[in-house]
Design a protein around this ligand. Sequence first.
Ligand code: MG
Length: 271
Amino acid sequence: MKFIRFKVNGKEKIGTLKHDHIVTELSSTMIDALNAYTTGRFEKTSSTDTSTDMFEKNRTYNLENVKILPPVFPSKIVCVGLNYRDHAKELKMELPDEPVIFLKPSTAVIGHLENILYPPSSNQVDYEAELAVVISREAEKVNKKDAKDFIGGYTILNDVTARDLQRKDVQWTRAKGFDTFAPIGPFIETDLDPNNQNISLRLNGEVKQSSNTANMIFGAEELVEFISSIMTLKEGDVIATGTPPGVGSMKMGDVVEVQVEGIGVLKNFVK
Ligand code: MG
């Protein structure tokens, strides 16, 4: 099932997306909807028991007529550096023995079709196509075999990076943390094998990155285990799982699209 946060007539709402264009409004928060769906409560309340219809309002919209919002408000975005075997090969780097992680601030989040703003202090802003894991239950020291219970679904993230500042600074906080440097969306897909999906990126229509999440060194469940052994993951937090080969720069006026099979296309403009 695809879930969407959207705005219509000035009001922010949650919904499901069916047949790629029919948005059905839900009277729920995103996290409650994800947890209800992943535990089987969603279908029960939405279709068979209309008297306790917690979720579906039966009010529908065409996707074209709503503004898509970022699907969640993470308290933090935990990103994984070098996590694709083909990317490590491209960079002639050894495979890491454990994930290298860093944070992007929640203030960097923007949604589908919003503008990535080029900071005046950088001359090289890069794209990085990434599959993103959405946490729907507070996760502290979770074993990877239980990780699925804490994952609400999957979305797409563009780990926008000021590469020149990343090279200059020892810490990556500035290079990764500018406002608008974390486009997320457009939807959350609950039913997805995170470890076998095609992932690609197009810049002005030209394919720049193309791989499969099967090339990830550390899979989604392993990352939940590793990260939750360090810091508690809160509901709505996002794990960006790293980028495949083909990373490159964007310039003002560019259009960047990240596609993950089974989820959709996250499109943004560089201004
Ligand atoms: Mg990255």
